[in-house]
Design a protein around this ligand. Sequence first.
Ligand code: SF4
Length: 440
Amino acid sequence: MATRLNPCELEIDLFCRGLHIDESCVLEKDARFLARTRAGLGSGLELVIPGPLKDIWMNAPIEEDFVHDSPYTLLFRDGSYGVRDSRGDLEYDVEIPGQPAWYTAKTSSGTEMSRVGVLQGTYLGIYLSNSCSFWYHSPSLGCKFCTTGLNVGVNEAAEKAIADVVETARAAKEESGVTFVHFNSGYAGKDKGLDMAAPYIKAIKEQVGMLTGVQVTPSPNLWKYDWLVDCGVDHFSFCYEFHNPKFFAELLPGKEKLIGQQTFFNALEYTAKKMGKGRVSGEIIAGVEPIEDTLEAIDYIADVGAFPTVCIFRPTIGAEMERYPSPKYEDMRVVMEHMYRACRRNGIPIGAAPNIEVSLIVQPGDARYLAKRDTAWWMYEAKLAALRKLAAPKFKHELKPRRVSGNPHSHPKGSPEIVAPRSPEADELAREAGVGARRS
Ligand code: SF4
């Protein structure tokens, strides 16, 4: 017989077991379309689990094989949605976020906005570049959990013009209240990721006014991070996935061969030191390497002042790891409570930025539900509330368009080639930044 779970426990169990959809549901009308993009982690159903501390956004697996054995079913009853657990007489209220009207609107160049970017939780995710070049090696050097090579260019535009990105971000901000746009890319060739992201960041800062994040493979040229901060980047994240070097090497052959785990650590430590606590994330996948390695990764990331961003492994359809088992709830609960404690121990300001809910992971803020409500819990809550209040004027300022410098030549050794998307705006931005744009 199952016992009732708190909102974060339910989130973890749904990530591990998945969700059936009852025929009473009308998801074509009520839900966002399933975005099979990027690594495939967003391939499930976006849902919200309401709770007294915070509402939890998640992307529940619904299509993978392991879902077959799940006890959870989504139902529509009495005018609202709920999740039933067949192991007991248990039901949980959930909300299904609808598809925003701007998804089907077109940019001035005629591109459907959902082919430029999609919501993942409450932020706008935009995939830069035309796929990840690890996929073009023979044999493939793609990460073995990933399906990016199968998705990009199918469900979304392979190349994104800056004007299209600006218009889509503006619509997401004005119509859906989005505050954060996250640029993500796979391997874009030797040390090209940050160069590629720079003109987009500058354009969003100057023309829309949003918080911005960049997640590209790390650069060994650390001065480029200084340059990107000048362009307006608010957050960097580094997906090194596995802490155990053997798992890193075996499951991430491209990252092992062409980048190296130490390059991730160097960039993570450099940016965390430069930008301060909570402005950088180290991203890992839990449920594949031994749990001790995952706990060590969390401690390492939080100890350098970064957010541990922990994905629960999903054996997505089409990935080489499609047949791996989904992780066990009991293990993942231990991992997520450890993540919360590591953030608390290091004073990481979780939940400080306004309206950023990430549906692909268990956020450190979600894991507040897991820890015992002792004195340390209440003291951290009080500290977080004070930090939110203190940070509010800064975030208000960041949500207004503002000029940014973004000149690479103002940094020692700064002479990048900007890998520009095919748009006249890119050339213009590059000229403004004082460098010649080069078309890829
Ligand atoms: S770097 Fe790895 S996870 Fe990222 S897109 Fe490329 S293959 Fe996928």
